[in-house]
Design a protein around this ligand. Structure first.
Ligand code: NIG
Ligand code: FE
Length: 424
C-alpha cells in the first residue's frame, strides 16, 4: 500500500468539484470531465484533467496504473448519518410494523431503541467491533469511503463510551474513515422512565464532559421528537455540547413537526437530519443559516412515512445531503443503490442532485467539504469506479450495486472483478 495511483481512460470523471456545501441550483452541476484521468500521490489527489493531459510521471515504477476502461469515475460516497454500531437485531418489529403498529407505538411499549439498548449493553467491545466491521465492509462495497456513526444504544456511561471506542478502534483498523457522534440523548432508558429531565442532567453533566474531554466524538446529536426530547431540552443539551467544543447535528422533525429545523438554524448546527415534517419556515431557516439538510429516504420507505420534501428544499436553496440512517430499527439498510432510487423517483431529485447529495454535500454535512467529497487537487484520494460508462446508471439500475472498484487514499480496497473480495 503506497497510495500512489494513476487512473486513465475514465469515460466520465465526475469531479463534483468544490470545497463547500452546494446549495439549491448549484447541486445540478457535477463538473464532469469527459475522457478524464487523475493521479493520486501519497493518498492525495495531485492531478485532475483530460486523460490526454496526464503528465508523464517522473517515476512510473512507483505508481499503480489503473485503466478505467471507459467507465465512470466518481468521488467516494459519504454516508453522513448512520447508527452502525449496535448489539442484537429487531426483525420481529418489522413484522409488527407490517401488521399496523407504528414506530412510536412500538417505542411506547418498550420496544424500539430501548430494546437495542439492552442488547448493546450486553455486548463486549469485541462483539460490537466484529458486527460493526462487517457492516463497514458492506458499505465499502457500495462505494462509501467515509461514514458517520453514532452512539445512543447505551444510554449509560460505560456503553456509550464503549460504542465510541468501538468506532475509534475500527477507524484504526478498517480503510473507511469514521466520524464519531455522541447521541447519549437518543431515548430515555428504562431506569429513568418518567424522569426525562434527570436523565438529561446525567447525560449533560456526566457523560458529555467525559466524551468531550477524551475527544471520543466530534459531533453531538439528540433525538428531538414528541415524547422523546423537546425543543427546549434539545437546546440545552446542544448548547452545553457546543460550549465543550463539539459540533452539532440533530434528528429533527422526523415524525412530528416540533421545530427541530428552526432549532438547528438557531444554534448553527452543521446539519439537521430526517426533516420529513419540516415546516416551510424551517426550510427557509436552514437555507439562510447554511445548515445542511440531511435526508434519509430509506427510513421513510421502511416506516412507510411520507418522504421529506427534498425537491422543495433544493428549490428553496437548501444544501441537501443524502444518507442511509443504517440502524437496527427504523431502517436496517446500508443500500446506496436503493437510496439513489428513492431519492430520484420519490423525492424528485435529479440524478445530478442525488450524486451531489452523496458526495460533496455529504462531506459538508460532516464539516469535511474541504478534504473529501470531490475529485479536486489536494483532497483525499477516495474514488469509486462504476461498472458502467455514466453516473446516470446509478439510480437507473434500480437497487443494484453498480460499483466495480473502490480506491481509498490512493489504494485499491475493493474490486468486484476480483470476486468482490476486499483488497485490504
Ligand atoms: O434515525 N429516530 C431515531 N433514531 C433512529 C432509529 C433508531 C432505532 O430505531 O433504533 C433513526 O431513525
Ligand atoms: Fe438516525
Amino acid at each position: 500500500m503506497n497510495g500512489n495511483i494513476i487512473i486513465k481512460n475514465a469515460s466520465e470523471l465526475v469531479t463534483c468539484s468544490g470545497f463547500q456545501a452546494k446549495k439549491g441550483s448549484e447541486m445540478a452541476d457535477l463538473h464532469v470531465i469527459q475522457n478524464g484521468g487523475m493521479i493520486i500521490e501519497d493518498g492525495q489527489i495531485s492531478f485532475v484533467g483530460k486523460a490526454s493531459d496526464l503528465p508523464e510521471h517522473p517515476d512510473p515504477e512507483q505508481f499503480h496504473v489503473l485503466d478505467a476502461e471507459g467507465k465512470a469515475v466518481l468521488p467516494g460516497f459519504v454516508d453522513s448519518h448512520t447508527h452502525f454500531v449496535f448489539g442484537g437485531y429487531r426483525a420481529d418489529e418489522f413484522s409488527w410494523r407490517l401488521s399496523g403498529m407504528s414506530y412510536m407505538e412500538i417505542m411506547a411499549r418498550g420496544g424500539g431503541i430501548v430494546s437495542t439498548v439492552s442488547a448493546t449493553r450486553q455486548a463486549s467491545l469485541e462483539e460490537l467491533m466484529e458486527a460493526g466491521r462487517k457492516r463497514l465492509d458492506s458499505m465499502l462495497s457500495f462505494g462509501v469511503t467515509t461514514v458517520e456513526g453514532k452512539s445512543g444504544y447505551g444510554l449509560d456511561r460505560d456503553t456509550e463510551l464503549r460504542q465510541l471506542e468501538a468506532m475509534a478502534e475500527l477507524e484504526r483498523t478498517h480503510p473507511l474513515d469514521i466520524v464519531k457522534t455522541f447521541l447519549g440523548a437518543h431515548a430515555v432508558p428504562k431506569e429513568y422512565k418518567g424522569k426525562t429531565e434527570d436523565f438529561l442532567d446525567f447525560i449533560q453533566g456526566t457523560v458529555l464532559p467525559e466524551v468531550a474531554e477524551k475527544g471520543l466524538a466530534e459531533f453531538c446529536d439528540i433525538f428531538c421528537e414528541k415524547d422523546v426530547f423537546s425543543v427546549e431540552q434539545s437546546r440545552r443539551l446542544l448548547l452545553a455540547a457546543r460550549d465543550l467544543g463539539l459540533k452539532l447535528t440533530l434528528h429533527a422533525d422526523e415524525i412530528v413537526r416540533l421545530g427541530g429545523a428552526e432549532l438547528a438554524a438557531e444554534l448553527g448546527a452543521v446539519s439537521a437530519d430526517h426533516l420529513l415534517q419540516v415546516s416551510d419556515q424551517g426550510m427557509k431557516n436552514l437555507a439562510r443559516a447554511g445548515v445542511v439538510a440531511t435526508l434519509l429516504p430509506l427510513t421513510a420507505f421502511s416506516l412507510r412515512e411520507p418522504y421529506a420534501r427534498g425537491r422543495a428544499m433544493i428549490d428553496r436553496h437548501c444544501a441537501v445531503a443524502l444518507a442511509t440512517d443504517l440502524n437496527p430499527g427504523s431502517c436496517f439498510s446500508e443500500s446506496i443503490p436503493l437510496l439513489f432510487a428513492l431519492a430520484t423517483l420519490y423525492m424528485h431529485l435529479t440524478v445530478e442532485e442525488a450524486v451531489t447529495a452523496l458526495t460533496i454535500n455529504g462531506a459538508a454535512a460532516l464539516d469535511r467539504a474541504s478534504t473529501i467529497g470531490s475529485i479536486d487537487v489536494g483532497k483525499k484520494g477516495d474514488v469509486v469506479i462504476l461498472e458502467f460508462p455514466s453516473y446516470r446508471f446509478i439510480p437507473y439500475h434500480i437497487g443494484v450495486n453498480t460499483v466495480e472498484k473502490v480506491i481509498k487514499c490512493g489504494n485499491l480496497v475493493y474490486d468486484k472483478t476480483n470476486g468482490g473480495k476486499l483488497c485490504c
